[in-house]
Each structure stands twice: as structure tokens, then as C-alpha cells.
Design a protein around this ligand. Structure first.
Ligand code: GTP
Ligand code: MG
Length: 314
């Protein structure tokens, strides 16, 4: 039993070596029968003229303009997203930060990046260097954060078919390296624009993973379907969340793995069919162990976030 468990966990672990999207931190401010309300800060990143402002304008105002007026400094727009799930409705106030895409404006860019929880990283399908710069310039700005950020990668200007200069494979492999969900979009035709913003919303509310596939209706409401394997997805998320914690160099990854094993073994979990009640125990075991190497407030925040995920399947 013990041996089988270890093998299974190792298999799980091998999937989480990349940059993982930010785990959510649900803080419901309404009673259970009303929509649960959340507020999250997200940012669009990418080189000048890739279409960040245009994507926001399309999503928020459903309009498009061919004129190019570079964004000076930064601008914030708010958009409320509504999600219907089997567990009730969620309202998410997305605070979308639009910033200048020219490199070097560190102060402005870092202000927009403070406490950011999600990012849409954007390249222009007609200019390959804009894809390279995601990796060279923009993603490193996010990976220095204490906690990882939910990441969606957009290859924009898909309508300019003739001028397209980046192939699918380059997009897929870049997205895979950072565990980002990837879409080709057009701020001009609106292709995939709503889908991408709603997907980011889902990651912010429910975490990464397959759970929470959404269909966005004409009324602008996303219907979220929970997958039957919800408990496995939550387990998957708890593991990746634990591994993504910045242990300040005190706990090396092997230590983390043995802590993880112990938390699972103590709870007696069957990874092929994890029961919500045993997962609850895993979550509290992890909190106890994290108390040895993480500040108290982070341990509490982690606990609250992971309990929030369990809430969805309990
Ligand atoms: N054909 C086409 N043009 C687009 C698309 N998205 C943006 N553009 C055009 O590309 C130019 C730059 O768009 P912006 O949205 O201003 O780019 P940005 O990334 O905000 O640029 P900075 O603010 O300078 O960082 C504008 O002329 C837009 O009209 C698209 O999907 N298709
Ligand atoms: Mg702009």
C-alpha cells in the first residue's frame, strides 16, 4: 500500500515541474444563496502594439479601432464576470490593468504588477520577436513573485492570416513551458477574446486544471461545468500549490516531496479515488507541516485557499 502510494505521488510530481498558475484565494463576501463575490487584479503584458489595449477594449466595450495610440503609463478598467456553476453563481470583479508595452519602463510596469493574481501575456502573430520577448522580458517579471500567477497566453491578430509569421508549434511549446493556457485571438473580429478572459476568471476562482470548463453565452454569462473527476483535479491542484510555495531556500524540493508524501500517507488517501474527507485531512496536514518553513500568515492563506477548493467538491 505504502509503496504503491509513493509511486503514484511521484507520477503526480513529475507533472508539476513547470511554472504553475496561481492558486485562487476565495473570500466569499455574501451568504451561500447569493452569488459569491470576488475581486481580482489582472494585467496584460506584451510588447508595444501587440494589441493589449485593443483586446481589453473588445472585451469590455465590444469595439475595435485601427488607430494605434500607445498606452502611456497604465490604465485600469473594471469588468464584472458572472459564472454559473453547479455550486451556485459567482461574480468576479476583474480589475484589468493595461500597461505600456515598451521595455524599460520598470517603475510603471512594476506598479501594475504589484499583487497581481493573473496575467494575459500577449504576442503578435505577425512578429515572431514579440513571442520571444514573452519569454525573455515579460514572463520573468511574473516569475519573481512570491506566489505564481494564473497565466494565459494570447497570440493576437489572427485575422491577419497572410502576414502570420508564427506557427502553432512555437505557440504550443512556449505555452507548455510555462503551463499556460494558450489561445489565438483577434481583437478585430473578437475571436476567442471573451473565452480567454473568462478562462482567466475561472483559473482565478477555481484554480488551474480541467475543472471549470466554460461556455460563454450571448448574455455574457459563463456556464461552468464541473468534471466528474473533480476530486482528482482538486488533489492535483493541492499538490501543485504546495510545490509552488516559496520556501525561501529552507526546504529543498526533495524535502518538499517527502513532506508531501507524509501528508498523503497520514491521511491514507487513495490517489485513484481521492475522497473529499481524506483530502480535508491532507490539507490540514500540509498546513501543520508548512508551519515549519513558511510565515504564519502564508500558512493561513494557503489553508484558506485550499479549503476553498475543497468546498467546490464537498
Ligand atoms: N488586424 C488586427 N489589428 C489589431 C489587432 N489587435 C490590435 N490591432 C492593431 O494593432 C495596433 C496596436 O494595438 P494596441 O491595442 O494599441 O497595442 P498595445 O499592445 O496596447 O500597444 P502599447 O500600448 O503601445 O503597448 C492598433 O493599430 C490596433 O488597431 C487584431 O487582432 N487584428
Ligand atoms: Mg496599449
Amino acid at each position: 500500500m505504502y509503496h504503491i502510494l509513493m509511486v503514484d505521488i511521484d507520477e503526480y510530481l513529475s507533472k508539476f515541474e513547470h511554472f504553475r498558475a496561481d492558486p485562487p484565494s476565495p473570500k466569499p463576501t455574501q451568504p451561500a444563496n447569493k452569488p459569491k463575490k470576488y475581486k481580482k487584479k489582472v494585467v496584460l503584458l506584451g510588447d508595444g502594439a501587440v494589441g493589449k489595449t485593443s483586446l481589453i477594449r473588445k472585451f469590455v466595450h465590444d469595439s475595435f479601432d485601427d488607430k494605434y495610440i500607445t498606452t502611456i503609463g497604465s490604465k485600469v478598467v473594471k469588468k464584472e464576470l458572472r459564472f454559473e456553476t453547479p455550486k451556485g453563481a459567482y461574480l468576479l470583479d476583474l480589475m484589468v490593468w493595461d500597461i505600456i508595452g515598451q521595455h524599460g519602463y520598470r517603475t510603471v510596469q512594476n506598479m501594475a504588477l504589484a499583487d497581481v493574481e493573473g496575467a494575459l501575456i500577449v504576442c503578435d502573430l505577425t512578429r515572431p520577436e514579440t513571442l520571444e520577448n514573452l519569454e525573455k522580458y515579460w514572463i520573468p517579471k511574473l516569475s519573481g513573485k512570491r506566489r505564481p500567477v494564473a497565466l494565459i497566453m494570447l497570440a493576437n491578430k489572427a485575422d491577419l492570416v497572410e502576414q502570420r509569421a508564427i506557427d502553432d508549434q512555437a505557440l504550443i511549446s512556449m505555452a507548455a513551458r510555462y503551463n499556460a493556457v494558450q489561445y489565438t485571438t483577434s481583437a478585430k473580429t473578437g475571436d476567442n477574446v471573451d473565452t480567454a478572459f473568462f478562462k482567466l476568471g475561472i483559473q482565478l476562482l477555481f484554480g488551474p486544471g480541467k475543472m471549470g470548463r466554460a461556455r460563454v453565452g450571448k448574455d455574457g454569462v459563463a456556464t461552468v461545468e464541473m468534471e466528474p473527476s473533480g476530486a482528482i483535479n482538486v488533489t492535483d491542484r493541492i499538490i501543485s500549490d504546495f510545490l509552488a510555495q516559496d520556501a525561501g531556500g529552507q526546504a529543498i524540493s526533495e524535502d518538499k516531496m517527502s513532506i508531501l508524501r507524509e501528508a498523503f500517507v497520514m491521511a491514507g488517501i487513495d490517489l485513484n479515488d481521492p475522497k473529499p474527507s481524506t483530502l480535508k485531512e491532507v490539507v490540514s496536514n500540509l498546513a501543520q507541516m508548512e508551519a515549519y518553513f513558511l510565515p504564519k500568515e502564508i500558512v493561513q492563506e494557503n489553508l484558506r485557499r485550499r479549503k476553498g477548493w475543497l468546498d467546490i467538491i464537498l
